[in-house]
Design a protein around this ligand. Structure first.
Ligand SMILES: NC(=O)c1ccc[n+]([C@@H]2O[C@H](COP(=O)([O-])OP(=O)(O)OC[C@H]3O[C@@H](n4cnc5c(N)ncnc54)[C@H](OP(=O)(O)O)[C@@H]3O)[C@@H](O)[C@H]2O)c1
Length: 310
């Protein structure tokens, strides 16, 4: 029998649940936060720029969210900021049902985080790794909680450069993006492997949006002052990409559907996996291995100085 397509109408009510969405002021994160809030969840919008976050939260409130989303400052390019966010969270909230690790940067000029990590690996992977580890005591105490990590089809270009993890030699902005998105998948592989041996309801999952029209694609060109490049991505987004709301559906599916599988990867099921309704997808089997996942976990604990109590 053909499976019915999954839309927001199928999304279960989220009343009573608490969700953290990183990068919730824009693109997929905004659409994820909005859908969760309109279904009744209390959403903490974890944003680098609080002013942008507040504007985005007003839109969600105006669309009819019963529980007003809160905007909290979080800069994933700073381990100190991650720690402060988690400490504030643990002091003021007693459960965490959903952690949506969504924020990201793509193909930007070489930069480093406050702690000296290459920026894309630092924000897209290490910042989320540290955030998840620091929020772990609450996540693991909350019945039915889920961690959803947003990755990308671009993980297929990735290679974890153990010998030069911060790209000090021969930086390639697309290679660094691919590595960070591969790291997202390896992180959840290892986390779900560790969870499988335990009898708890917590799930760790990965989503990707296919190709969605957001600020992500042109940002790198804008940062470089490459106006032609930015115009190209803006045009391609208008002509080829699906909407950001459609792109957010795999994250929402992973966060809320009742038939998800521990450790699975969800993305659009339509043409070339770039468009369409959420469906189980499969990462590159040669890249996403248990061995590589275990190695990256150790590297991530060492670099961030944060250990998971899993
Ligand atoms: N759009 C696509 O086609 C596509 C495809 C594959 C994967 N993805 C993934 O989807 C996720 C969301 O991207 P998007 O497309 O929605 O792009 P977006 O509209 O540019 O949103 C990215 C979000 O990440 C935030 N962010 C960036 N650096 C941060 C930091 N240091 N600390 C905290 N937040 C930070 C941004 O904040 P500011 O607004 O302050 O910069 C923004 O809220 C990313 O992980 C991306 O890799 C997207």
């Amino acid at each position: 029998m053909k499976k019915e397509r999954w839309t927001l109408d199928q999304m279960p009510q989220q009343t009573g649940r608490i969700a953290v969405v990183t990068g919730a002021n824009s693109g997929l994160g905004f659409n994820t936060a909005k859908a969760l809030a309109l279904k009744g969840a209390k959403v903490i919008m974890a944003c680098r720029n609080v002013e942008k976050g507040k504007l985005a939260s007003l839109t969600i409130i105006n669309e009819g969210a019963e529980v007003k989303p809160e905007v909290w400052q979080l800069d994933l390019a700073s381990l100190k900021s991650v720690q402060q966010f988690a400490e504030k969270f643990s002091k003021s909230v007693d459960r965490l049902d959903l952690l949506i690790n969504n924020a990201g940067l793509m193909a930007i000029p070489y930069a480093r985080t406050e702690d000296g990590f290459e920026m894309q690996f630092g924000v897209n992977h290490l910042g989320h790794f540290a955030l998840t580890a620091r929020l772990w005591p609450l996540i693991s105490l909350t019945e039915g909680s889920r961690v959803v990590q947003v990755s990308s089809l671009a993980h297929r270009w990735g290679k974890i450069r153990k010998e030069d993890i911060h790209w000090e030699q021969g930086y390639k902005k697309w290679g660094a993006y691919g590595m960070s998105k591969l790291a997202n998948l390896l992180f959840i592989r290892e986390l779900s492997n560790r969870l499988e041996s335990r009898d708890i309801s917590l799930m760790a999952l990965v989503a990707h949006p296919g190709y969605a029209n957001t600020a992500l694609q042109a940002k790198g060109s804008r940062m470089q002052g490459a106006r032609l490049g930015a115009a190209f991505f803006d045009l391609a987004n208008r002509l080829v990409a699906q909407s950001a709301a459609m792109g957010a559906l795999p994250s929402l599916y992973a966060a809320s559907a009742t038939d998800v599988i521990q450790g699975a990867y969800y993305g659009p099921g339509g043409i070339m996996k770039l468009h369409g309704w959420p469906k189980e997808d499969f990462p590159d089997r040669k890249l996403v291995t248990d061995n590589a996942a275990g190695e990256l976990w150790d590297i991530s604990e060492t670099l961030t100085g944060v250990r998971f109590a899993v």
